[in-house]
Design a binder for this molecule. Structure first.
Ligand code: AMP
Length: 447
C-alpha cells in the first residue's frame, strides 16, 4: 500500500510531456481553396502575426482597428478576408460588377502595390480590382472603371475627382479600408477622407490601419469604425531587432565618399539610400554617377512614370542604387533588399523604423547602415530612445568623425527639413583635425 502511494506521488511529480506548439497555417484560418492556392504559389507558408490576429476577426464581418505598418504582412491581412467574402457572395450577383470594396491609401506606390497584392492573392477567384491615383492621365483608369471592378484601390485626391466627374459611385461599398492613416494626416488628406466617408453607405465593414495611434488618429478612427476589434503588432521593436543595424559617424562632407567606399567594399546586393530632401536625393544620384555607379532617385517632384520606371529598373537590377525620400519610399516593397543606408538621419524617429523596415521584410534579415554627422546627434538620441537600443557603432572605415558633443536639438518643422535649424557643430580644433588626419592615414596604410 505504502509502495503504491509513493509510486502515485512520484508519477504526479513527473513533468508532463510537452507538445511542441502548433504552427498556424492559412488553412487553420479557414481560408478558401482558391486563395490558399494563390498563397501557396507565392510561397507563403504561415500567416504573419498581424494576419493571424486580423483574418479571423475580419471573416466574422467585424470592424478592425489595426496598429501596424508596412512590412508586417498587413496588406494580405486585409486583402485575403475581403477577397474571400466577395468570392463567397459572388454567386448572388448578375450584371456589371459594382465597386464593393474601397481601399484608400496615401501614395501612388502603395496603391499600386496593394492592387498587385489583390491581384496575386485573388488570381483564382475571378475578383477584379483596379487602382486609381493622380499625376497621370485618367483615361485608362476611367476605362477600367467602366468595364466594372469589384475592388477599388485609390489615393484620396483622384478618388474624389472621379467621384465628382460621375465615374465612381460609392453606394454599393461593403468593405472600406483606410490604410496608413497617420501618413494620410501627415500629408494633409484629412478633409478629402472626411468627404469620402460622408459618401459611404452606413452598413459596411470598416478597417483602419495606422503605424501610430496618436489622439488625432484615434479620433479619426471613431468617425469611421463602429465598435472595432483592435489588433496591434509592434514592428518598432521587432523590426529593430530583426535588422542588423550599424552606425557610422561621418562628417557631412565625407558622406558621399563613405557611401562610395561602402559600395566598393561591402557586398551590397541591392541598396536603397534615404535622403531627407528631394534636392539631396538628386545630389546623391549625381555624385554616384560621377563615380560610375548607376543610381536613380524617386521623390515627389518626379512624375509618376519616372518613379515607376526608376523602381522597376532597380527591381530588375538595371540600376544598383535607388535613392528615395521618406514619403516616396513608404510602402515600397522590394523583395530581397539587402541594404538600407540612411544617408541622412530622419528628424522624426519613427521614420527610422519605417526606413530600416524596407530591408528584412517578412522575417528576412537585412542590414541598415546609418550615417550620422555632428548636427544629427540629437536625432540619433531620439531614435535610440524609440527603439530602446544603442545602434552599434562601426569604426573600421576611413572617414570616422568624432564630434563628442551632443548638439542642440533642431526644430521639428517639416518646412525646415532642407535648411536645418540645428546649431552648427563647433569648429574642430586643430588637435581634433590632426587626430582625424592621423586616423585616416593609418587606415589608408592598412589598405
Ligand atoms: P506588407 O506589410 O503588406 O507590405 O507585406 C510585406 C511583405 O511581406 C510583402 O513582400 C509580402 O509579399 C510579404 N508577405 C506578406 N504575408 C506573408 C506571409 N504570410 N509569408 C511570407 N511573406 C509574406
Amino acid at each position: 500500500m505504502r509502495f503504491l502511494e509513493i509510486l502515485h506521488i512520484q508519477l504526479l511529480l513527473l513533468p508532463l510531456p510537452t507538445l511542441p506548439p502548433k504552427i498556424m497555417t492559412f488553412k487553420d484560418l479557414e481560408i478558401i481553396e482558391p486563395i490558399l492556392k494563390a498563397l501557396q504559389a507565392e510561397g507563403y507558408t504561415h500567416p504573419t502575426p498581424i494576419q493571424q490576429q486580423s483574418i479571423p476577426i475580419l471573416l466574422q464581418g467585424k470592424d478592425l482597428l489595426g496598429c501596424a505598418q508596412t512590412g508586417t504582412g498587413k496588406t494580405a491581412a486585409f486583402a485575403i478576408p475581403i477577397l474571400q467574402q466577395l468570392y463567397l457572395d459572388k454567386g448572388h450577383e448578375s450584371g456589371k460588377r459594382k465597386v464593393k470594396a474601397l481601399v484608400i491609401t496615401p501614395t501612388r506606390e502603395l496603391a499600386i502595390q496593394i492592387g498587385e497584392s489583390f491581384r496575386t492573392y485573388g488570381k483564382f477567384t475571378g475578383i477584379k480590382n483596379t487602382v486609381i491615383f493622380g499625376g497621370v492621365n485618367q483615361n485608362s483608369q476611367t476605362n477600367a472603371l467602366s468595364r466594372g471592378v469589384d475592388i477599388l484601390v485609390a489615393t484620396p485626391g483622384r478618388l474624389l475627382d472621379l467621384i465628382n466627374q460621375g465615374y465612381i459611385r460609392l453606394n454599393d461599398i461593403e468593405f472600406f479600408v483606410l490604410d496608413e492613416a497617420d501618413q494620410m494626416l501627415d500629408m494633409g488628406f484629412i478633409h478629402d477622407i472626411k468627404k469620402v466617408i460622408a459618401l459611404l453607405p452606413h452598413h459596411r465593414q470598416s478597417l483602419f490601419f495606422s503605424a501610430t495611434m496618436h489622439p488625432t488618429i484615434v479620433d479619426l478612427s471613431r468617425k469611421i469604425l463602429g465598435n472595432p476589434e483592435k489588433v496591434s503588432v509592434q514592428p518598432e521593436q521587432t523590426t529593430a531587432e530583426r535588422v542588423d543595424q550599424k552606425l557610422y559617424f561621418v562628417a557631412k562632407s565625407d558622406k558621399i565618399k563613405l557611401l562610395i567606399h561602402l559600395l566598393q567594399t561591402e557586398s551590397m546586393h541591392s541598396l536603397l539610400v534615404f535622403s531627407r530632401t528631394k534636392h539631396g536625393a538628386n545630389k546623391i544620384v549625381k555624385l554616384l554617377h560621377k563615380a560610375d555607379i548607376s543610381a536613380e532617385a524617386i521623390h515627389g517632384n518626379k512624375s509618376q512614370t519616372a518613379r515607376q520606371k526608376a523602381l522597376s529598373n532597380f527591381k530588375n537590377g538595371t540600376t544598383d542604387v535607388l535613392v528615395a525620400t521618406d514619403i516616396a519610399a513608404r510602402g515600397i516593397d522590394i523583395d530581397e533588399l539587402s541594404h538600407v543606408v540612411n544617408y541622412d538621419l530622419p528628424n522624426v524617429p519613427e521614420s527610422y523604423v519605417h526606413r530600416i523596415g524596407r530591408t528584412g521584410r517578412a522575417g528576412a534579415s537585412g542590414i541598415a547602415i546609418s550615417f550620422c554627422d555632428g548636427e544629427e546627434r540629437a536625432y540619433l538620441k531620439d531614435i535610440q530612445k524609440l527603439i530602446s537600443q544603442k545602434i552599434p557603432v562601426e569604426n573600421a572605415h576611413p572617414y570616422v568623425d568624432e564630434v563628442g558633443e551632443i548638439f542642440e536639438k533642431p526644430k521639428r518643422n517639416p518646412r525646415n527639413q532642407g535648411s536645418r535649424t540645428a546649431k552648427k557643430p563647433a569648429e574642430s580644433t586643430d588637435k581634433t583635425n590632426r587626430n582625424k588626419q592621423r586616423r585616416r592615414n593609418n587606415w589608408r596604410k592598412k589598405d
